[in-house]
Design a protein around this ligand. Sequence first.
Ligand SMILES: [Zn+2]
Length: 306
Amino acid sequence: MNRFAIGALALVAGSIALLGGSVPAPGSQSDPDARAWNQPVKPFHIIGNIYYVGAKEISSFLIVTPRGDVVLNAGYVQTAPQIEANIRSLGFHVADVKILLNSHAHLDHAGGLAELKRVTGARFYASAADAPLLESGGRGDYAFGDKYTFPPIKPDRLLHDGDTVSLGGTTLTARLTPGHTKGCTTWTMNVQADGKQYPVVFACSTSVLQGVRLVNNPLYPGIARDYERAFRVLRSLPCGVFLSDHGWMFHLDAKRQALASGAKPNPFIDPAGYRAYIEKSEAAFLKDLHQQEKEEAGQKPDHPSR
Ligand SMILES: [Zn+2]
């Protein structure tokens, strides 16, 4: 078992538990993991003006405002029609989607963007640092090369850390949490529920992909510093409602079931789960980093890696 051993996926009581530090590549739709992740699920109201319109493990969120709606993440190419159907089955209109956002430029979150833009006519805002990867349709990814491509999409507006996107009284703030991709974007906003206000964090993936060099990586110099910054930013964010890219990252299945059976308070209000997620993810990153640093030092005793 080498240090890049793929994280094993175990099917546990109908939900996918991720074991180990590294994660599988997002894969293509022909990949069995990808097919399992992309199973359609019933859309539902999460909290405030936020709805879940994604697939089983591939998140997509609809944020509804009086001036039109925002969709964050579009899944695979094959997820886009599911998202459209989910928006309609909740009683909303696909044509009301005015803004498309993305957490990061991998095919399992950006694959359906071009299609959603085509059917909605929405404007697409994305981080400047992920724009080249979005415009190339995933070609030239520092981790995947040209292996996992998707329909290219050009952002209508480029965002930097701290930039905001506002529509109909809702303001989303882009926080750069790079590493997983160079422009990985964590989105934050506030929701009102039961007369209270809660800060929401849509956390961008922080996993280290299989085979990625964190030390002396010519394709991504400074990658380890970027991951460290990502964890620093995530720790600094106030979080009441914790949401993320993949269902298993925020225990979507269990929370959905609890919510449906009337659990109070809303199970998606989970600041402890957010802290636990960051700690677990950071520990996995540090384990990889320290192992690679040790190996580099062993191979080149005269040139310590840091
Ligand atoms: Zn990813």
